[in-house]
Design a protein around this ligand. Structure first.
Ligand code: DGL
Length: 271
């Protein structure tokens, strides 16, 4: 069975993994959280591309046949480039869901929450030029949210205040469609909904991305037994902390393993 490789700067990609597990429950996967370098959002596109390349090489060397970039920031920086480098490997990336938001808005005002790097990439510019012509797209960089989710602060006063500071200006601008353009943000969805109110639709692209992975797998049915465990989770940060995140965010009791950046690239740590 084809093994999929999934990566993100940290725990955000687990919002995509939750959908993958729901839609493709038997699917083996390897996940890399590059928590040693998180957050990616304020790094340069060149830096993010290099990190994404290193992780892709690691995932391919561990038997992944399909790569899911469960990170809008890494997709913005590296998806196009990685597809060119590895023409035989199917990549599924994330992009802010501007298209469905533009189709559904009645107020003609759409809000997009994402990282600075995501807004700087060509991918976002092309989304705006293709789908943003008839609507006003309000962009909101949310630098405090990724560190809060990484720290497991999903319902604290600090998280509530940070979410309010980012979402309120969008609501005041009249948006009725709010796009979660970073895979960490779905974990703050209850707080985002509380500020946005019932008249605003929140769009998380994770279910659509999981459906796309299902379609790609149907076309790419590489056979062969998968050795070892069905799930492998690696972090370049602290495995004990990531194991706790798996329990809290996915309700999955599973030990995370250590990976480390070395001069030869990303490697499984012997420690
Ligand atoms: N989950 C990443 C994304 O979707 C977070 C980026 C970051 O590390 O800043 O953009």
């Amino acid at each position: 069975m084809t093994r999929i490789g999934v990566f993100d700067s940290g725990v955000g990609g687990l919002s995509v993994v939750a959908e993958l597990m729901a839609q493709l429950p038997a699917q083996p996967l390897i996940y890399v959280a590059d928590q040693a370098n998180a957050p990616y959002g304020q790094r340069s596109l060149a830096e993010i591309r290099e990190l994404s390349h290193g992780i892709t090489r690691f995932l391919l060397s561990r038997g992944a046949h399909v790569i899911v970039i469960a990170c809008n920031t890494a997709s913005a920086a590296a998806l196009h480039w990685l597809r060119k480098q590895y023409p035989g490997v199917p990549f599924v990336g994330m992009e802010p869901a501007v298209k469905p938001a533009a189709e559904r808005t009645r107020s003609r005002h759409v809000g997009v929450m994402a990282t600075q790097a995501t807004f700087q990439g060509e991918l976002f510019a092309s989304l705006i030029s293709r789908f943003g012509a008839d609507v006003t797209v309000h962009t909101q960089v949310c630098p405090a949210l990724v560190p809060l989710v990484e720290a497991g602060e999903l319902a604290t006063d600090r998280a509530r205040a940070a979410v309010a500071s980012y979402v309120t200006p969008l609501i005041d601008a009249g948006v009725d469609e709010l796009v979660l353009g970073c895979t960490h943000y779905p974990f703050l969805r209850p707080l985002i909904e509380a500020v946005a109110g019932p008249g605003v639709e929140i769009i998380d692209p994770a279910p659509a991305v999981a459906r796309q992975v299902g379609r790609v797998l149907a076309h790419h049915n590489a056979q062969g037994a998968v050795e070892g465990m069905r799930y492998d989770f690696y972090t370049t940060g602290d495995p004990a902390t990531f194991t706790r995140s798996l329990r809290e965010l996915l309700r999955l009791s599973h030990p995370a393993k250590q990976a480390a950046w070395t001069p030869r690239g990303l490697q499984i740590s012997q420690i």
